[in-house]
Design a protein around this ligand. Structure first.
Ligand SMILES: [Fe+2]
Ligand SMILES: [Fe+2]
Length: 255
């Protein structure tokens, strides 16, 4: 299983609610709740409430002071430290891959496979994460991160991957993946990079040991060798993924 913790999302939203009234009172800019809205924390059938805009008060169009501030040219490490923290699950996953002796690109794929959940959005997180990293890593890595979204649902005992028992607890005995997921799997299973993606799932499922706490510094060397950090900073390099990094940086901008 994958997927960070609900507590991370909750922490953000709780912090937002706690401090919102203080900001209004201080005439600070009003942050948008669009990310919370997308995460299903609002009833999408209810009309958007009007902003409690007081005279002289404006909507937020930049940094949200409730969040950790990223540098002007943020790196992947900055995003890990300020948005994806504590990132324990992916750090454990990358650690397992390294202990198993897999190549560095597999270790990096494991390290990045769930960053969309940790910093952006849960639904279809493998596809989002693949888009986020595609401009900066070997194509095989982003392909594999994308594919892990689908492969998780299909066992491959020869590779050491069974259907996760946790999915039965989470989704029920009767859950079956949607047909589009099955079609995607048929295409993936004979792909030349199938095993790269499969190894993400193999190192993923066992990566929830609370007693193992690897740190980001364990992987800075691999990131340095395999992640092409843009000079302008993630979000500001005009890449096809820049908008996603900007949204993670400034998730409550009004527009
Ligand atoms: Fe995962
Ligand atoms: Fe995942």
């Amino acid at each position: 299983m994958t997927e960070g913790t609900a507590a991370q999302t909750k922490t953000f939203s709780e912090r937002a609610d706690e401090l919102e009234h203080e900001q209004i009172a201080a005439l600070d800019p009003i942050p948008s709740k669009s990310v919370i809205y997308l995460s299903g924390e609002r009833d999408p059938t209810a009309p958007m409430p009007p902003g409690p805009q007081a005279p002289g008060q404006y909507f937020l169009m930049g940094h949200d002071k409730r969040l950790r501030r990223l540098p002007d040219r943020p790196t992947l490490l900055d995003f890990f430290q300020h948005r994806f923290f504590p990132a324990t699950h992916v750090l454990q996953s990358a650690r397992l891959a390294r202990l198993a002796g897999h190549p560095e690109k597999i270790v990096l794929a494991c390290l990045l496979h769930d960053i969309a959940i940790m910093g952006f959005i849960r639904c279809d997180h493998g596809y989002w994460a693949a888009e986020m990293v595609a401009p900066y890593v070997d194509e095989e890595i982003s392909w594999a991160i994308r594919a892990h979204q689908v492969l998780r649902f299909f066992p491959d005992p020869a590779a050491g991957y069974e259907y996760p028992e946790q999915y039965i607890r989470l989704f029920g005995e009767g859950y079956r993946p949607e047909p589009y997921i099955g079609r995607a799997y048929e295409k993936l299973r004979n792909h030349k990079w199938y095993m790269t993606a499969r190894l993400i799932t193999v190192n993923d499922i066992y990566s929830f040991d609370r007693n193992v706490k690897p740190v980001l510094e364990d992987f800075t060397d691999i990131i340095g060798r395999h992640f092409r950090q843009p000079e302008e900073g993630l979000g500001f390099d005009d890449s096809p993924a820049a908008h996603i990094w900007r949204t993670i940086n400034w998730p409550t901008r009004f527009l």
